[in-house]
Write a protein that binds this ligand. Structure first.
Ligand code: TXA
Ligand code: MG
Length: 352
């Protein structure tokens, strides 16, 4: 067990001592969970192979699943990316700092362990003020995957990090809840046409507006065959898996309510209704005949994204066994929510 420090930083200027402490630990090769606008990240010095190796161990993460390298200013980009296609500069200008990660050819300086052995590196400049203050003070790019144990939902609050990583990391920054709530959009710029490897708050339409043609990798909405080479190694792994069995139900409000009530009735006849939950929208609640937990309202995809992971964690705490999830529409940031839920449900989807 490591001794884990809690470092409160709500305001990077007011809590400057906390920023210095977090940066000091990082410079010494320590592991520090830090807030970002998307989800909390488990940060280590991206140039220190031993520290990065410890991140994989603390998370229980397969070592061929590469990390995102976080920078605080454009000058740091040259330290990690060996060439910058025109499109990369345009996207950086439009969306940085913010929830966009670009996959680019890596420099020699980035150790293989940081990129899971790949010749490319994923880079992001977060907009969160606390994250940027810590990167600046550490004066080195920070490798930071989401600060959850591998396989559990990503953390969007300090509490989630404590639940997953207490005793496994050197420090956890106590700060505000994440505003976006789903991980960044990952786009590869290694080929001729940019490819979205993971959807996030920056939508395909927004990317196309800046660089023209952009494709979406098959794995975003479909299960990869066992033997397929994943363009992004993270897609291979079962992700965000709560203990309960989830089923994603895509349909209108009435269709969903009717489906869930029928399923509950069937279960009741067999004496198997215990542990059934509906993970739904506020509008669905009144008519459902099973315990409910809402993750937002029908048309507000941003709210659904912000609440998604916390609700998945709550379901585990409640001991849920079977969860019928009202699917969001796979558009705008709803595409990112849909993509995460698909994986949480191990691709069990009902189209009504
Ligand atoms: O919002 C985020 O991106 C959060 C915060 C902490 O910044 N980070 C995050 O990291 O979600 P992680 O490690 O949980 O997810 C990184 C994803 C993985 O799916 C990984 O496979 C992909 O990015 N990735 C990283 N490097 C890559 C590379 N060189 N080529 C292709 N995919 C890569
Ligand atoms: Mg993750």
């Amino acid at each position: 067990m490591k001794k884990t420090e809690i470092i409160p930083i709500y305001d990077p200027t007011g809590d400057a001592a906390g920023v210095c402490r977090a940066a000091e630990l990082l410079r010494q090769g320590g592991l520090v969970a830090i807030p970002t606008e998307t989800v909390y990240g488990l940060a280590a010095d991206a140039f220190n192979p031993r520290a990065v190796q410890e991140v994989y161990a603390a998370k229980g993460r397969p070592s061929d699943n590469p990390m995102i390298v976080h920078i605080a200013e454009l000058a740091m980009l040259e330290q990690v990316a060996s060439s910058l296609p025109e499109n990369a500069l345009r996207l950086a200008e439009a969306f940085w700092p913010g929830p966009l990660t670009m996959v680019l050819p890596k420099t020699e300086r980035v150790p293989a362990v940081t990129t899971g052995g790949l010749e490319s590196v994923a880079v992001r400049m977060p907009s969160d003020g606390v994250a940027r203050a810590i990167i600046r003070q550490a004066a080195t790019p920070l490798a930071a995957p989401s600060a959850n144990r591998s396989g559990s939902p990503s953390p969007t609050t300090c509490r989630h990090c404590i639940d997953d990583l207490w005793g496994r990391v050197d420090a956890i920054v106590e700060s505000h809840d994440c505003t976006v709530g789903v991980e960044s959009t990952v786009v590869s710029l290694c080929g001729d046409v940019p490819v979205i490897l993971r959807p996030g708050a920056v939508t395909p339409e927004q990317l196309r507006h800046v660089v023209g043609e952009v494709t979406v990798a098959d794995a975003v909405l479909h299960m990869l065959p066992e033997d397929a080479a994943a363009p992004s190694p993270g897609m291979k792994y079962k992700h965000y898996s709560p203990n309960a069995r989830l089923q994603l139900v895509h349909g209108s409000q009435w269709g969903y309510i009717d489906y869930v009530n029928r399923k509950a009735e069937e279960a009741r006849l067999h004496g198997e209704e215990a542990g059934i939950y509906a993970m739904c929208f506020d509008e669905d609640i009144r008519r459902l005949e099973v315990p409910t937990i809402s993750y937002g309202v029908t048309d507000d995809y941003a709210l659904q994204a912000a609440q998604l992971f916390d609700v998945l964690r709550q379901l585990d705490k409640l001991g849920a066994k079977t969860v019928y999830v009202h699917a969001p529409e796979p558009e705008e940031i709803g595409l990112a929510v849909y993509n995460r839920l698909l994986r949480a449900a191990a691709f069990d989807v009902v189209e009504l």
